[in-house]
Write a protein that binds this ligand. Structure first.
Ligand SMILES: Cc1cc2nc3c(=O)[nH]c(=O)nc-3n(C[C@H](O)[C@H](O)[C@H](O)COP(=O)(O)OP(=O)(O)OC[C@H]3O[C@@H](n4cnc5c(N)ncnc54)[C@H](O)[C@@H]3O)c2cc1C
Length: 398
């Protein structure tokens, strides 16, 4: 049995899907050669995939993190406020006051939150983190029947949020404002289903317009028009917290740590960044999308590299990740399951109806269950590899 001084001290910052997965996999596979500490601001797990459900008042379970992580991981409740990358010490502000946590290796899994990049952002609500979702829920309670609500952003979060809002509050006039066409990411059949379903729910689609400012009772558009909005929900994009930048790590324009394909920070090799907090080069250029489909594999891969290092058998394999499909819910009765190629571009005929709904249900619950499974059976999280997934069609950009 190795002593604490001989064991590798790994600090995981953040216990969302990525941080929790990395921690339990590492603790489970490293056979007593690693001490794993996880720091997270709350003792309960936030199932971020369901924050739009929180916003409309649905009850979403928050499993206790210490139970989820198990006895092989030390859980510290608090927020990492400062990272000494050269000293190997992190400052944690927690309920018992500030403390310091030492580390040899750092796994940054701090996720992302909503950033509103236009004037008046303070008037906008969001669903990007639990605090924002709860505030939106309260604000919705104060919005009277017949009021106008604008949801800004036509990505997956915008689509899921606008549908949930319209379904739960049919007394409101709900608009979706997007820079592109609504549902443009999907193939034609999927896009048609998205537009039809939103129409059925009473959502007015305002496509091809950019919101340039948010005011307390309206949003301003790039063509000089304005839309009334007693409440604006910004779903226009996520950014990583500033902790990494403040610590001196190299980050991209959204604050995510720039890593190599082995998920090690380009500027500090003893730091690995996973999930939304990391920007690893994707095969087609750019980064992998901020998604669970990246959070779980990147976390599991980072854990495996650290296990190998702790066991004295260094492993330099790059992350090998392919994509197969995306599933988007449109309220409680509709969903679209869109097949993709290995680089995550929509291809082929979308699936709707019960199969899509069941897949979405499984995704939103299964992601939480997967962490418990990984804890009991370390190594259980698997993901599609690029070679085993649908090829990228000839002629697409390399
Ligand atoms: C409403 C909504 C719907 C979504 N739907 C989908 C979907 O259908 N499919 C999909 O693939 N993705 C979806 N996403 C995106 C997905 O939720 C994220 O990509 C995913 O949560 C990333 O996981 P993560 O572990 O990297 O980050 P997170 O889940 O955000 O976890 C990060 C954790 O780090 C903690 N943290 C942050 N800073 C600190 C600090 N300084 N110290 C300590 N802890 C810290 C946070 O509090 C949090 O607990 C959705 C997101 C939202 C908001």
């Amino acid at each position: 049995m190795s002593t604490a001084a001989q064991r590798m001290q790994v600090l995981v910052v953040g216990a969302g899907y990525a941080g929790a997965t990395a921690a339990v996999r590492l603790a489970g596979r490293a056979a007593g050669r690693v001490d794993v500490t996880v720091v997270n601001p709350r003792p309960g797990f936030v199932n971020r995939l369901r924050l739009h459900h929180v916003a409309v008042g649905q009850r979403v379970p928050a499993p206790t993190l210490s139970t989820m992580l198990g006895t092989g991981v030390r859980f510290v409740e608090g927020q990492v406020t400062d990272l000494g990358l050269d000293t190997g010490r992190a400052v944690v502000a927690g309920p018992g006051g500030p403390r310091t946590v030492p580390f040899d290796r750092l796994v940054l899994a701090t996720g992302s939150t909503t950033e509103v990049p236009v004037p008046g952002g303070e008037h906008a609500h969001a669903v990007g983190d639990i605090g924002a979702a709860r505030r939106l829920r309260q604000a919705l309670d104060g919005v009277g029947a017949g009021s106008d609500v604008a949801v800004v952003g036509g990505g997956f979060t915008g689509l899921e949020t606008v549908a949930e809002l319209a379904e739960s509050r049919p007394d409101l006039r709900v608009r979706l404002v997007t820079t592109g066409e609504v549902g443009a990411w999907f193939t034609p059949h999927g896009a048609e289903h998205v537009r039809r379903t939103l129409g059925t729910l009473g959502v007015e689609a305002v496509g091809g317009r950019r919101v340039t400012a948010v005011e307390p009772d309206r949003v301003l558009l790039d063509d000089g028009d304005a839309l009334p909005a007693a409440l604006t929900v910004w779903c226009g994009g996520f950014s990583a917290p500033s902790l990494a930048w403040n610590a001196g790590l190299g980050v991209d324009e959204r604050g995510a740590v720039l890593t190599d394909t082995r998920l090690r920070a380009l500027t500090h090799h003893h730091v690995l960044a996973v999930g939304d907090a990391g920007h690893a080069p994707a095969p087609g250029g750019g980064r992998y999308s901020m998604s669970c489909q990246y959070a779980f594999p990147s976390a599991a891969h980072a854990a495996d590299l650290l296990v190998a290092e702790a066991l004295g058998t260094p492993d330099a394999r790059p992350l090998d990740l392919g994509f197969t499909a995306r599933v988007v819910s449109l309220g409680r009765r509709h969903a679209v399951l869109q097949p993709t190629d290995r680089r995550d571009t929509a291809r082929g005929r979308a699936v709707t109806g019960r199969t899509a709904l069941a897949t979405k249900w499984f995704q939103t619950r299964g992601t939480v269950a997967a962490i418990g499974v990984e804890r009991r059976f370390p190594g259980a999280v698997r993901w599609p590899h690029a070679a085993a997934t649908r090829p990228v069609p000839a002629g697409s950009a390399a």
